[in-house]
Design a protein around this ligand. Structure first.
Ligand code: NAD
Ligand code: ZN
Length: 387
């Protein structure tokens, strides 16, 4: 489809016609449509998206196999853009600012935002079922008056989107948005899960379950922390070659063994790993990731988004034996306070993001990004909004 066939009109502060990729039905290709996007209301910001990428979380909710279906909907949450206009009460951002949207927000006022330990903002924490804006309980997107739902407050598969100011991190305008957009979800999530939550000591042993972009960022975090052994676990052996570039030192494909992978790992490590980070979304992998940590001190961190009916089952003795189970959204980073400094890590070359970007497609070919992810090919696919 030729996007030039569509005319995008955006007038500061008015309802405007833009193009967005609309998911009409579960699992069916997205359709590029002309969509009206309303101006931002109180505490909202309208953002011109320049680059967005696909994370597995978008795919789960689009497939709606293990998640509540909500259609028609505009997906997308990993992105970079520029502020077009701001609603009443927005003082932190102005038109022209460079921003990264985040699926979980930071109001800066609630007990969580004030706590040093939590990023689970009372007002703006991830809500995958909502589909409307908080201010008036309505969507800012419509086609001929029919509302199109939002996704996790970001809906970045759109030329323009409306986002709560608390879900936008203002970043260094010199940072290239086509690269740092991947920091707005997957890479920061994996990195933070290791550095902020698992916190492996120098010389320790870390297992990472799932070697997609999130898991490889977790492996990168283990390397930065000085782990001496980083064991990558994945059902797709094609992942292993790439994973070496991210610090993984050993690999286990659970399919190669006729016993549970936690037993395989315990044998490899004299009783278990010091830390494990699960980035698959698969409930069995979550249980294995917990049961493969060493008793006495092992810590497991869950990152994958589970099936809505999943139940975590383990014998309580595994906990009594002094293992710790944790979980995290967005690697415990507070989006507005912490994400700008993750971008600075990239700017100062402490953190490489290019190696996570394996594909790029124009917006008109957004469905290809879904195909790559479903086939387990590559890591992140950047979707360019401008042809
Ligand atoms: P991805 O599809 O690129 O990677 C997932 C990897 O896990 C694949 O390589 C796959 O082969 C592997 N895998 C699947 N089942 C497995 C199993 N049973 N054992 C071992 N390996 C298995 O996905 P991604 O974009 O890297 O996301 C990874 C997970 O993290 C997803 O569940 C996603 O929804 C979740 N996520 C969570 C957060 C958060 O804040 N908690 C943020 C972003 C993504
Ligand atoms: Zn994500």
């Amino acid at each position: 489809m030729n996007l030039n066939a569509y005319i995008s009109i955006i007038f500061f502060g008015y309802v405007s016609v833009i193009v967005a990729a609309v998911a009409w039905e579960a699992g069916k290709p997205l359709v590029i449509e002309e969509v009206e996007v309303a101006p931002p209301q109180t505490n909202e910001v309208r953002v011109k998206i320049l680059f967005t990428s696909l994370c597995h979380t978008d795919v789960y909710f689009w497939e709606a196999k293990g998640q509540n279906p909500l259609f028609p909907r505009i997906y997308g949450h990993e992105a970079g853009g520029i502020v077009e206009s701001v609603g009443e009460g927005v003082t932190d951002l102005k038109p022209g600012d460079h921003v990264l949207p985040v699926f979980t927000g930071e109001c800066k006022e609630c007990a969580h935002c004030k706590s040093e330990e939590s990023n689970m903002c009372d007002l703006l924490r991830i809500n995958t079922d909502r589909g409307v804006m908080l201010n008036d309980g309505k969507s800012r997107f419509s086609i001929n008056g029919r509302p199109i739902y939002h996704f996790v407050g970001t809906s970045t598969f759109s030329e323009y989107t409306v986002i709560h100011v608390g879900c936008l991190a203002k970043i260094n305008p010199l940072a290239p948005l086509d690269k740092v957009c991947v920091l707005s979800c997957g890479i920061s999530t994996g990195l933070g899960a290791t550095l902020n939550v698992a916190k492996p000591a120098k010389g320790s042993t870390v297992a990472v379950f799932g070697l997609g972009a999130v898991g490889l960022a977790a492996a990168e975090g283990a390397r930065i922390a000085g782990a001496s052994r980083i064991i990558g676990v994945d059902l797709n052996s094609n992942r292993f070659k790439e994973a070496k570039k991210f610090g993984a030192t050993e690999f286990v494909n659970p399919k190669d063994y006729n016993k549970p992978v936690q037993e395989v790992i315990a044998e490899m490590t004299n009783g278990g790993v010091d830390r494990s980070v699960e980035c698959t979304g698969n409930i069995d992998a979550m249980i294995s990731a917990f049961e493969c940590v060493h008793d006495g001190w092992g810590v497991a961190v869950l990152v994958g988004v589970p099936h809505k009916d999943a139940v975590f089952k383990t014998h309580p003795m595994n906990l009594l034996n002094e293992r710790t189970l944790k979980g995290t959204f967005f690697g415990n980073y507070k989006p507005r306070s912490d994400l700008p400094s993750v971008v600075e890590k990239y700017m100062s070359k402490e953190l490489e993001v290019e190696k996570f970007i394996t594909h790029t497609v124009p917006f008109s070919e957004i469905n290809k990004a879904f195909e790559y992810m479903l086939r387990g090919e590559g890591l992140r696919c950047i979707i360019r909004m401008e042809e």
